[in-house]
Design a protein around this ligand. Structure first.
Ligand code: ASP
Length: 346
């Protein structure tokens, strides 16, 4: 029997919708309607599940800004007509897309759940079926007041629901492909789906209309510091024309080489008006530029501490902020602030 719950299921591409070519054994995308045929169980929910397929569907390695804008507009155009949204997406860049959408959609009042799989949905041992079924159940879940349980942009994968902008893809092999090292899971699916309500962001106003932002500026460069990096390499990187912000992936709690050549190079970039954001290379933990003198010298020349933000969320946040603001003061202030649950403020 059908109830009044409605979900928009969006297929963008990725392994979940692939089929093995019987001759070449390559994985190739197959038609979206066939995905639903693979999961007849979905009918048992009794929800209205409408589907939308991107055309062409893409491997998530081809995700770009235009894709994020299309996806944001699609959700915005249908926002009032559905209780929740499930986005089937390749795993490779899912954390980037979920991070980007968390900024572009703003403070939402409905769930937007990204999912995918490590094995195609047509394969016997696929993880895609459980991921899809539980994502739909989560997107449809409401509390006793009728409000959605998780009004956030999230990723559901292998029985865990994460805040999207806290995730990183960390394995290309295991079913549990994602990690949220610095933030607890929002829900765990066992016999029951247990929601970790203390860690879910709820809107102040459930009637808040969606205010999507579709202007991004990707003039961002990521520099991962390695022992032995040459001065000439660093100088060349920080002077690339057109770059408005640099994400510096540093060691440990935000440390970098202490030599004058290093700080001078970064200092010149800051003086030229380039925003420099310090993010740790570590999988977990946070940047604290007061902890060591090597971090302190970066702070003294105007490098901004990114706390426990992931590289994916930092990039998406910078695209978003650079698209919205032209003055570095506002961008700097907002980079230090937790605006969509993406970082822990000091
Ligand atoms: N290359 C695929 C993609 O990201 C991998 C996957 O979906 O797991 O689209």
């Amino acid at each position: 029997m059908q109830n009044s719950t409605s979900i928009l299921l969006v297929y963008t591409g990725g392994t979940i919708g692939m089929k093995q070519d019987p001759v070449s054994f390559d994985l190739r995308p197959f038609d979206f309607s066939q995905i639903l045929e693979e999961v007849p169980e979905l009918k048992k929910f009794g929800y209205r599940i409408d589907t939308y397929s991107f055309d062409p569907i893409i491997d998530s390695s081809d995700v770009d800004i235009d894709f994020w804008i299309r996806l944001t507009r699609l959700i915005a155009d249908h926002y009032d007509n559905y209780d929740g949204f499930v986005i089937l997406h390749g795993t490779d860049t899912m954390s980037f897309s979920a991070s980007a959408l968390s900024f572009m959609l703003g403070d939402i009042t409905k769930p937007v759940v990204f999912t995918g799989s490590q094995l195609p949905i047509g394969m016997l041992r696929t993880d895609g079926k459980e991921n899809l079924i539980s994502s739909i159940e989560i997107a449809a879940s409401k509390d006793e007041d009728g409000h959605p349980m998780v009004p956030e942009v999230c990723i559901y994968f292998e029985s865990q629901l994460y805040r999207g902008n806290r995730t990183t893809k960390y394995t290309a092999e295991n079913f549990r492909a994602f990690r949220s090292a610095n933030y607890p899971v929002l829900a765990e699916a066992g016999i029951h789906i247990k929601f970790n309500t203390a860690f879910i962001r709820y809107p102040e106003d459930w009637n808040r209309p969606l205010k999507p932002v579709c202007k991004l500026d990707p003039s961002v460069l990521i520099i991962k510091i390695i022992p032995g990096i040459r001065q000439s390499t660093l100088d060349a990187l920080v002077s690339i024309p057109g770059i408005r912000a640099i994400i510096l992936e540093t060691y440990g709690s935000g440390n970098a080489p202490s030599g004058r050549w290093f700080t001078d190079s970064i200092k010149k970039a800051v003086e030229r008006g380039t925003i420099v954001l310090n993010i740790t290379q570590c999988q977990a933990g946070r940047v604290d530029m007061d902890a060591y003198s090597t971090g302190k010298s970066l702070k003294n020349i105007g490098v901004i501490g990114g706390s426990d933000c992931t590289t994916e969320a930092a990039a998406a946040k910078l695209f978003f902020l650079l698209g919205q603001y032209s003055d570095n003061k506002t961008i700097t202030q907002l980079l230090k602030k937790n605006i969509r649950g993406e970082l822990t403020e000091k």
